[in-house]
Design a binder for this molecule. Structure first.
Ligand SMILES: O=C(O)CCC(=O)C(=O)O
Ligand SMILES: [Fe+2]
Length: 310
């Protein structure tokens, strides 16, 4: 296991890009994405469609949400992991919003929290999801194209939902680093995170070093792949361990957009990605069943391998 180093995540500029971009631009970004995900399973995406003024405004509203009374937040309950309100555990607290791109769903959830309504928050959250889901779709299209399996694109895109998660990490009031979220791999397909001005996210390289993520622009996101994409690509993209370590007095807020498979959808690596050189890593599985396994069994670092490894 290595030590903390000055290794940095690759930075990839998406500002000039959209799904209809010209070939040269698209190909150039695509090869950077492929390289970054194969090596780190993560990169910093510069994406100015969510401008810094907007970020300031939405983070103020996220703060207001967490400032609501505990009983109010608890009204957004869910039996499914990471959906709904997750009450404070040490310095961590979160709110998961399912189908965060669906107006009705977002508005209904906001109404539970603010019965008198909070139109600006619903509007901002939906705008955030709309923009960031475009980034997610560009990245996933690039991965499928890079791996030569773009014939699965429609099926792949139609098989996912968006879960937004708002996360609060209290400053621990000390310079001794305190764990905000312990080292883990994400279990979904792709995660795109936007943070306020307080750093803390660390991403582990294949050689075991921890990269301390520090956004290089005010419109940066960090992209992290999850176990499900690792399985679907039969190991062609890396899925990194990451964690949040907090110091000091200030509160970190994160808004994450988590791309998750639709319930019941079977994750199976395309035949084209299973070769002699790359034998099948995981038997086909349903992600929601895998999640049940994760939450019912002893915590293990290799949950997917234990669950359905070949
Ligand atoms: O807050 C962050 O930056 C990381 C959050 C995270 O890794 C997660 O919720 O899975
Ligand atoms: Fe994570």
């Amino acid at each position: 296991m290595g030590s903390e180093t000055e290794v940095k995540l690759p930075i990839i500029d998406f500002s000039k890009l959209d799904l209809e971009s010209n070939v040269a631009e698209w190909e150039s970004v695509k090869s950077q994405v492929h390289k970054a995900l194969a090596e780190y399973g993560s990169f910093e995406a510069v994406f100015d469609k969510v401008p810094s003024d907007f970020r300031k405004a939405i983070f103020l509203e996220v703060e207001e949400l967490f400032d609501l009374p505990l009983e109010t937040k608890q009204r957004v309950a869910s039996s499914r992991p990471y959906r709904g309100y997750v009450q404070p555990v040490e310095i961590y607290e979160s709110m998961g919003i399912e189908d965060a791109n669906v107006h009705e769903k977002v508005e209904n959830l906001i109404k539970i929290l603010w019965p008198q309504g909070k139109p600006s928050f619903s509007k901002n959250l939906l705008f955030f999801t709309e923009q960031v889901s475009r980034l997610d779709q560009m990245i996933r299209k690039m991965i499928l194209e890079s791996l030569g399996v773009e014939k699965y694109l429609d099926e792949h895109m139609n098989s996912t939902n968006y879960l937004a998660r708002l996360i609060k990490y209290e400053g621990p009031q000390t310079n001794e680093p305190k764990v905000g979220i312990t080292d883990h791999t994400d279990k979904n397909l792709l995660t795109i995170l936007c943070q306020n001005q307080i750093d803390g996210l660390e991403i582990q390289t294949k050689s075991g070093d921890w990269i301390k993520y520090k956004p290089s622009t005010s419109t940066s996101f960090v992209v992290v792949t999850g176990d499900t994409l690792y399985a679907w690509t039969n190991g062609r993209v890396h899925t990194p361990f990451h964690r949040v370590m907090m110091t000091g007095n200030e509160t970190r807020f994160t808004i994450g957009l988590f791309t998750v498979p639709k319930s019941g959808f079977v994750i199976k690596a395309p035949d084209e990605l299973v070769t002699e050189e790359h034998p099948l890593l995981f038997k086909p599985f349903v992600q929601s069943e895998f999640m049940k396994f994760v939450y019912s069994s002893e915590k293990t670092k290799n949950a997917l391998k234990v669950y359905c490894g070949v």
